[in-house]
Design a protein around this ligand. Structure first.
Ligand SMILES: *Cc1c(COP(=O)(O)O)cnc(C)c1O
Length: 374
């Protein structure tokens, strides 16, 4: 077993789902986003666990991610959140993925391929209400619903995506309300044209936690179920727990004399005679090099010790202090469990976000799944 690993606490993941369920009530279905390898946690394991815990379907961003889920035996609906390429249509049909569609051209191509195979592919019509990314204009929605029906596709759902839902600031809340108003109007036009919009969904974590009127038939909460709530630190945050704990065992303890420097560039000079611990974790594992020189604390036996010097590709160094104490083999917690800080705190030191830190944990770091302390 490598001395660095990510412990994936499935017990916390399930509790987070239950906490969100308590917050949104029994009505809305849950679509669990497992794109980007479930934000670095492992798509297959987290996908299965979410479905067992009551999620209705899973969400991916790439056809290959859908293939991994199907290959792992997952039969639940899998939504493809991104705009697929024409060349991917055959795989979408073979894998029975439900793509978001935004335009007439792709709908026609998908419909033709679906008919040719004697299938009725399910799609979700995406409406752009202010994100400015995927989705049709709201006034085009009814015509595209007609195109979907005429092509023999099944309109399984109608969706939009919120750009500013994770903020409690009044101007952001107003922007979200405006998006939701446009969405409701588009839904009205689809129904008025005689079409059933299917499952209506809009809410990401921000919507699910902070905007009750964004929940409709289904929510798509990602980051909050991985343990990072929108509006963290405010009373409106959900009490969720980080699912991933990143840890590394001390590989070597060294003595460093006052005035000596260490690691590339010599950016850290020992202010006194001290001990250092070398951890087998570097930027190739997803520990951002930008964190170098920020005194970010890791926790060893419950005590904080700062990272010092440049973070290297495969290793980093902690200052164990003049008394030393920690030994080779001791576990250093980088983030994700008490009393260590979360991935959001690490990210904040370098102007990043929890999502980016979690997704960035490298392939080389083994994931160890557990339902408690291993
Ligand atoms: C990633 C994604 C989500 C989840 O967003 P969070 O902020 O992690 O809750 C929801 N919907 C779509 C379309 C996405 O791409």
């Amino acid at each position: 077993m490598r001395a660095a690993r990510a412990l994936i606490r499935l017990d916390r993941f399930i509790r987070n789902i239950e906490t969100l369920r308590g917050h949104i009530g029994p009505g809305p279905a849950i679509c669990m986003p497992v794109k980007a390898d479930a934000y670095g946690h492992g798509a297959l394991r987290l996908g299965r666990t979410a479905l067992e815990a009551g999620a209705r379907c899973l969400g991916v961003a790439a056809v290959e991610e859908g293939a991994e889920l199907r290959g792992g035996g997952i039969n639940a609906p899998v939504l493809l959140f991104s705009q697929a390429q024409r060349e991917e249509i055959a795989d979408i049909l073979a894998l029975d993925l439900s793509p978001f569609v935004s335009d007439r051209e792709f709908i026609r191509e998908l419909a033709a391929a679906s008919r040719a195979e004697g299938k009725q592919a399910a799609v979700h019509l995406k409406i752009d209400t202010g994100m400015g990314r995927l989705g049709c204009r709201p006034e085009e929605a009814a015509a595209l619903a007609g195109e979907i029906a005429a092509g023999g596709l099944r309109l399984a759902g109608t969706a939009t995506h919120l750009a500013r839902s994770d903020s409690g600031a009044p101007e952001d809340a107003a922007a979200t309300e405006k998006q939701l108003a446009l969405f409701r109007e588009a839904l009205g036009s689809i129904r008025a044209a005689g079409f059933d919009p299917g499952l209506v969904h809009a809410a990401n974590s921000g919507g699910a936690v902070l905007h009750e009127n964004s929940r409709f038939d289904m929510v798509r909460p990602g980051i909050v179920l991985y343990g990072y709530s929108p509006a963290a630190g405010s009373p409106r945050a959900l009490p969720v727990e980080p699912v991933m704990e990143l840890e590394a065992r001390i590989a070597l303890v060294k003595r460093v004399k006052r005035g000596e420097t260490l690691s590339y560039g010599g950016i850290w000079t020992a202010p006194e005679d001290t001990f250092t611990g070398i951890l087998p974790l570097g930027y190739a594992d997803g520990l951002p090099r930008l964190l170098s020189g920020k005194d970010y604390p890791v926790f060893i036996k419950g005590r904080p010790y700062p990272l010092v010097g440049r973070i290297c590709m495969d290793q980093c160094t902690v200052n164990l202090g003049p008394e030393g104490g920690p030994r080779r083999g001791d576990r250093a917690l980088i983030f994700g469990g008490p009393p260590a800080w979360g991935a959001a705190d690490l990210a904040a030191r370098i102007g990043g976000i929890s999502y980016e830190t979690l997704c960035g944990i490298g392939k080389r770091v083994p994931r160890l799944y557990s339902f408690g302390e291993p």
